[in-house]
Design a protein around this ligand. Structure first.
Ligand SMILES: Nc1ncnc2c1ncn2[C@@H]1O[C@H](COP(=O)(O)OP(=O)(O)OP(=O)(O)O)[C@@H](O)[C@H]1O
Ligand SMILES: [Mg+2]
Length: 209
């Protein structure tokens, strides 16, 4: 079992969008993947309840049970994806502690970049590998490039793959599917394929060290 935690204390940074699409993409590739909803808002669980039942399995596991129960709950899966919660320091600490890799979705705005420091510090303290994913970049603007530069100064890689602001993402969540399932969502689907491949190769690297 290898665990990827999608974390950022900043609300609305794209955690659930990226966690559901990553887990869903790996599930479609035939991997044994479990999505753990660690957010009391239970958005990932709601997403899964909206689906036709053929999607990735999703279970809820609160902060207090994460360290104790993850080995048992996740043992029969190759990959576990944790969808984190905003403004919950104790959950972030537990999720970083159990993760092999922390993915930090960050929107390319100054407040989002400033907020990213919180989770970066927890990863440093725990010695857990982490990578930024730019989330919801606006096509045709320079902000993503600037954010890439600013995030690099944290000393953590910024993945090449990113998501852009596209209506397919909220649509997919609302329908209980991934963007890979939506007709006409080719650009978002390419972004998620690139992201799921890049996160997996990153995970291979950090778990083979
Ligand atoms: N790439 C995108 N394009 C368009 N909308 C997006 C994109 N990514 C996320 N969103 C939308 O932004 C909002 C916040 O995204 P999401 O729920 O994934 O963030 P979150 O970090 O999980 O939020 P929370 O901190 O509340 O758990 C949602 O309405 C989502 O549909
Ligand atoms: Mg969320």
């Amino acid at each position: 079992m290898r665990t990827v935690a999608v974390l950022n204390e900043k609300g609305g940074s794209g955690k659930t969008t990226i966690a559901t699409n990553l887990a869903g993409a790996w599930h479609k590739d035939g991997r044994d993947v479990l999505l753990l909803d660690a957010d009391p808002q239970l958005t990932a669980l709601d997403w899964s309840d909206t689906s036709d039942g053929d999607g990735v399995p999703v279970v809820q596991l609160g902060e207090s049970n994460l360290r104790r129960d993850l080995p048992r709950v996740g043992q029969s899966f190759d990959l576990v994806v944790i969808d984190g919660a905003p403004r919950m320091g104790s959950l972030t600490a537990s999720a970083v502690a159990v993760a092999d890799l922390v993915v930090i979705p960050t929107q390319p705005t100054a407040p989002d970049i400033w907020s990213a420091e919180t989770v970066v510090k927890v990863c440093e303290t725990e010695g857990t590998a982490a990578a930024f994913v730019l989330s919801r970049a606006v096509v045709g603007t320079k902000e993503a490039g600037k954010a890439d530069e600013a995030l690099s100064s944290f000393g953590i890689p910024v993945l090449d793959a990113r998501t852009h602001h596209r209506i397919a993402y909220p649509r997919a969540i609302g329908q209980g599917v991934t963007v890979l399932d939506l007709p006409g969502a080719d650009k978002a689907a390419d972004e998620i394929r690139n992201l799921s491949d890049e996160v997996l190769s990153h995970l291979d690297r950090v778990t083979n060290d």
